[in-house]
Design a protein around this ligand. Structure first.
Ligand SMILES: *Cc1c(COP(=O)(O)O)cnc(C)c1O
Length: 346
């Protein structure tokens, strides 16, 4: 089994404030109101959490205007990926996804004993949906479409997704992983919720980890047709979503407007970073998540890039040999990063 490689924390640099740009976390600390609710919930940790996470299910159902039966909560969207792949695949089955894409997919597939079919992304880091459709065989059980794609940052359009779904046989589950949905600012953006409604084979994954800034609490959810959502709930570890995470999730949905305003600010900051990077002479793909991607194409260039950033007090995330991903962080971190780029060999 390959280990999941997590983004590292920055090394200490005396005299320098260091920044973690390696895990696509939200640089904003949680809202005070959310922290208070979480702290209050921590007083109840001698008891098991509500096994059914009823309040959080209700809040999500109300927020998306979907029946509660179509929601499945778990300990992060990562857990839902494992639950889904274990429920629906086994030896002799194939799972198709783009590559590079989210690192948890091949691990979940291997854990289920199934076979990963990796379809290379295009030169500009986009899903090659035609090639992915062609890769579907009668052994295929699940296809992941990661949009925005982690780590390359590009999104598919709704038109492209619809055309793809029209080609996928109905017995193949299509998982639209929208971990960064709230950060998307483009024409013809995917509307995952509208996409899964009215289809029997589409699952949407969302998370509180990125836009909502609750990565440390581990809570994510799927929106899916009721039978699939029921399967995902059945595959979850009992009492997985803890009492603090449930409370923080509900409190965050109550403060959605304030949290999404921060996401707006992050997308403005992302635009500044993309512009700065391009002005420094680097050709990078469209960035629809809270990160930018450098397709460096060799082990050496990835190592050199990451080491220079580390030296400057910025921890980035190399994916050798393909490239390096850099999260949008604090303004000071982003500015330092743009300045650093001028001195790096292109
Ligand atoms: C971060 C991420 C997730 C899930 O994160 P959780 O913290 O487990 O909710 C899922 N998919 C992609 C593509 C991600 O980048």
């Amino acid at each position: 089994m390959p280990a999941y490689v997590a983004g590292k924390p920055p090394a200490e640099r005396p005299g320098l404030v260091t920044y973690k740009l390696s895990s696509n976390e939200n640089p904003y600390p949680p809202l005070d109101g959310v922290v208070e609710v979480a702290a209050e919930a921590a007083r109840r940790v001698n008891r098991y959490p509500d096994a059914g996470s009823a309040e959080l299910y209700e809040a999500l159902s109300a927020s998306y205007q979907v029946p509660v039966e179509e929601v499945a909560l778990s300990t992060g969207a990562v857990a839902l990926i494992f639950q889904l792949v274990s429920a629906y695949t086994g030896p002799d089955d194939e799972v198709v996804f783009a590559w590079r894409s989210f690192e948890a997919y091949p691990i979940a597939v291997l854990a289920a004993g199934a076979t990963a079919v990796k379809v290379p992304v295009t030169a500009d880091g986009r899903h090659d949906l035609d090639a992915m459709a062609d890769a579907i065989t009668e052994r295929t059980k699940v296809v992941f479409v990661c949009t925005p794609n982690n780590p390359t940052g590009t999104s598919v359009t709704q038109t492209e997704l619809d055309a793809f779904l029209a080609k996928v046989p109905e017995h193949v589950l299509v998982v639209v992983d929208e971990a960064y949905a709230e950060f998307v600012r483009m024409d013809d953006a995917v509307d995952g919720v509208a996409t899964y409604r009215g289809r029997s084979n589409v699952v949407v994954l969302r998370t509180f980890s990125k836009a909502y800034g609750l990565a440390g609490f581990r809570v994510g959810y799927a929106l899916a047709p009721a039978p699939i959502a029921a399967t995902l709930r059945a595959m979850a570890l009992p009492f997985g979503v803890n009492v603090v995470a449930q409370a923080a999730g509900v409190a965050s949905l109550e403060r959605q407007a304030e949290l999404l305003a921060r996401v707006d600010d992050l997308t403005v900051e992302r635009a500044r970073v993309v512009e700065g990077v391009r002005a420094a002479g680097w050709d990078i793909p469209d960035a629809q998540g809270n990160f930018v991607w450098f397709a460096l194409g060799s082990e050496d260039r990835c190592a050199e890039f990451a080491a220079a950033a580390d030296e400057a007090g910025l921890m980035v995330r190399p994916y050798a040999p393909e490239g390096v991903r850099v999260s949008i962080g604090e303004v000071e971190a982003n500015t330092r990063f743009i300045e650093l780029l001028a001195s790096l060999p292109r």
